[in-house]
Design a protein around this ligand. Structure first.
Ligand code: SF4
Length: 276
């Protein structure tokens, strides 16, 4: 039995569309006697005209191609006289919380996602922490939303607060999903959720409060940066931190700890002076 997912289903003819660049999906769909395709209900599109728009959108945003190297369009098992293909074809349409998301006036937009991955490639947080930190198959900006919607409540809490709301994801998204707007709304819901408020700890709130206090006091902010760079010169002379104290230690176990740099304002000033 060959098992696949699916990129789209064209409702007009009941055709399953599979996009790939390697050919391994095509092997799973043609060699075994049975093909089972498991696909989320949000991947059903209405017509071939829709497919004509979405196919190049997905290919371009995912891999810069006009179309995938292998595009399989499957409408049932092999017919009499055909040499390749399974004898039986089963399509499983998965809801798993998607209908509930569809009823949510703000978060429903996330169901438009084509899974091209463009938003991951531009996300500064994803680039820093990597896909495994999201703990599930969906990562990056769209992962924050899908994980929060499709996994048990609260699964993406920390990830929602890791987002910088820079908006790069929304700029590149081919289906114009506004991730920051939805992530902000998700944060609002968490803030209003009594079970989440109860779990807020000092280690979570203190650094953010300290940062917001410093951020509106430029002289103190610059001084704090100076102190941090002095500490770095002593504790990590090469600029590479090997460990951090207390609860921060976990950050250094799997990834590089960012180094404190000269502030942008001072680099900008010297750039302008050099130009003169
Ligand atoms: S949210 Fe947009 S950019 Fe991100 S994977 Fe989905 S379609 Fe691509």
């Amino acid at each position: 039995m060959g098992i696949t997912g699916g990129n789209m289903i064209i409702a007009e003819t009941g055709t399953l569309a599979l996009f790939e660049n390697e050919g391994n999906i095509r092997m799973s769909t043609s060699l075994p006697r049975v093909h089972v395709a498991l696909i989320g209900i949000e991947k059903v599109i209405e017509t071939w005209d829709d497919f004509g728009v979405l196919m190049p959108l997905l290919s371009r945003s995912a891999a810069g191609q006009k179309m995938p190297t292998y595009l399989s369009l499957i409408t049932g098992p092999k017919r009499s006289g055909e040499r390749d293909g399974p004898e039986a074809f089963h399509l499983i349409l998965l809801d798993n919380g998607r209908s509930a998301v569809l009823g949510d006036t703000v978060l429903r937009e996330s169901l438009f996602c084509l899974r091209c991955g463009a938003c991951l490639n531009v996300c500064p947080v994803y680039k820093r922490i990597g896909g495994h930190s999201y703990g599930w198959v969906y990562s990056g900006p769209i992962g924050i939303l899908l994980d929060s919607e499709l996994l048990p409540a609260g699964s993406a809490r920390d990830l929602a607060f890791a987002c910088t709301l820079c908006g790069a994801c929304a700029e590149v998204c081919p289906v114009m999903i506004e991730h920051p707007k939805m992530i902000l709304d998700f944060r609002r819901r968490l803030a209003e959720d009594p079970s989440w408020n109860g779990r807020e700890t000092l280690s979570r709130t203190f650094p953010m409060r300290l940062h917001s206090w410093l951020a509106v006091r430029p002289a103190l902010f610059r001084f704090a940066g100076f102190v941090a760079r002095c500490l770095q010169a002593v504790a990590a002379p090469s600029g590479e931190w090997r460990w951090l104290p207390g609860t921060l230690a976990a950050w250094g176990t799997r990834r590089k700890i960012p180094r404190f740099m000269r502030p942008f304002s001072s680099r900008w000033k010297s750039l302008k002076l050099n130009k003169r």
